[in-house]
Design a protein around this ligand. Structure first.
Ligand SMILES: Cc1ncc(COP(=O)(O)O)c(C=O)c1O
Length: 466
């Protein structure tokens, strides 16, 4: 493989499938009408190109409930949705709330607050775990991560962070620095934020420390949770770390070994390090609990929310911290133009109310458990499936060339993904070979089963060489 091809291969095996993969190159043939092709060409003409967006795959004309529809009339169940669509696209109650708020008050400039912003702050304080009760709002996850880092610096007087390789925390400079992905850190990007240290993450099926798993689970008697111990060791050796930043459940997905976060929390407490949990994609119910950290029994010092908070319509993110972090009243590290945008805040408040009133967290738990059981069954029928794992409606199917060697099968994953798209199911691949399914929390059993039938058909076809 020459260097350029090797770099491209690395880049399409990242946080999300990119537009550089073989399946993507073949997708256009016979599938895109002349009108859509013209729009795609226009998009590619005006947008700067980058591997995770432009050139694009299609043009979306409608998004409703669990469905997206393109300009050629193809409909897809959206099991990706960038994780913004917890309540489904275009929820009528959300649209009504946004319209009413637009009529009532469209914006509040700096130095003023407004009722929806206060109500959202109070709501987040009410539902967040433990003492987390002081907020700042921004428009995107990456910005919110950077606010959290600044808060940790302000509180501790230190600047270093420890985070996981292979993580994603956003595309800004600080967020890319704490992230652990090549696509966002390498090449022309240049020097990143000083002090952004990384450790290998928990990943029991492919333990970076070389321990064998038992059917995807850790053998704690053997590994003694080296991943947590090493993180503690790094914190101790560095001695001046401001914060550990991580997703409590990795979006890939990977679940932490039992006790992992308790161990890290203890190490943080012993060494005066803050714990920042990034729940931007998975908070607000995706994992079957309102917050993913509730599975771990650990309360972070700072919780970061985003994506679904705006109901899949408004861009809004939030940092939620304990009152002890309200220590920088004379600085301004989180004032953004749309910090207290009443329309975004009304959308976020209504989104949380919809999640609560419609029992969507419970639905995520129930449908997720059903899907996971079906995926386990599927694994017993397909050698291509090396591992399945998940929590709530975060589901992962890891494709391998051989279940014994666990050699990743990124080409097969790419082929399965595009075959599923052909049959009306949209999801993404992560790290090249993990089919990552994140349906909205409103998903019904029938649609879940239909989607899993499509997935199994695609896997069967790809295993059979199509
Ligand atoms: C775990 C995680 N953190 C942060 C972000 C960044 O959010 P945004 O794209 O809104 O900046 C993402 C986005 O995919 C994410 O998945």
């Amino acid at each position: 493989m020459n260097t350029k091809t090797a770099t491209q291969a690395r880049h399409w095996q990242t946080d999300g499938d990119s537009n550089l993969s073989p399946g993507r190159a073949a997708w256009d043939r016979g599938r895109v009408s002349a009108e859509t092709r013209a729009r795609l060409d226009e998009d590619a003409r005006y947008f700067l190109h980058q591997s995770l967006s432009t050139p694009c795959l299609g043009v979306i004309a409608k998004a409703e409930g669990i469905w997206i529809e393109d300009t050629d009339g193809r409909r897809y169940m959206d099991f990706h949705g960038n994780n913004v669509h917890h309540i489904g696209y275009g929820h009528p109650r959300l649209k009504a709330a946004i319209k009413a708020q637009l009529d009532d008050l469209p914006f509040a400039p700096r130095r003023f607050t407004d009722a929806p912003a206060i109500a959202l702050a109070a709501k987040l304080a009410g539902i967040s775990p433990g003492p987390l009760s002081k907020v700042l709002f921004a428009t995107g996850g990456s910005d919110a991560i950077e606010i959290a880092i600044k808060l940790a610096r302000a509180k501790t007087g230190r600047y270093k962070t420890v985070s996981f390789w292979d993580s994603f925390h956003g595309a800004g400079f600080a967020a890319s620095s704490v992230g652990g992905e090549d696509t966002f850190r390498s090449g022309p990007i240049g020097p990143l934020m000083a002090g952004a240290e990384h450790v290998a993450p928990f990943a029991c099926y492919r333990c970076p420390y070389g321990y064998d798993d038992v059917d995807g689970k850790p053998d704690l008697d053997v590994c003694s949770m080296t991943c947590a111990a090493y993180l503690g060791y790094v914190l101790e050796k560095e001695g001046d770390v401001a914060a550990v930043i991580a997703e409590p459940v990795r979006s890939i997905p990977y679940l932490p070994p039992p006790g992992f976060w308790q161990s890290v929390r203890r190490a943080c407490d012993d060494l005066g390090v803050l714990l920042i949990f990034d729940e931007i994609p998975l908070g607000l119910g995706k994992t079957g609990r309102m917050f993913a950290c509730e599975h771990s029994g650990v309360v972070p010092d700072i919780l970061v929310l985003g994506k679904p908070l705006g109901g899949g319509v408004m861009p809004i993110s939030a940092v939620v911290a304990g009152p002890e972090l309200d220590i920088a009243g004379d600085w301004a590290f989180g004032h953004y133009t749309h910090e207290k945008n009443p329309v975004s805040c009304a959308a976020a408040l209504t989104t949380i109310e919809i999640i609560e009133d419609e029992g969507l967290v419970e639905n995520a738990r129930a449908q997720g458990a059903h899907a996971l059981a079906r995926l386990e069954e599927m694994k017993s029928r397909h050698r291509l499936i090396g591992d399945v794992r998940g929590l709530g409606l975060l589901l992962g199917v890891e494709l391998v060339a051989d279940p014994e060697t666990k050699a990743p099968a990124p080409e097969a994953a790419d082929a399965v993904m595009y075959r599923c798209l052909d049959m009306g199911l949209n999801f993404k691949t992560t790290l090249g070979n993990v089919l990552t399914l994140t349906p909205p929390l409103i998903i019904a059993r029938g649609d879940m089963d239909r989607a899993l039938d499509i997935l199994e058909r695609a896997i069967t076809e790809v295993e059979g060489g199509l």
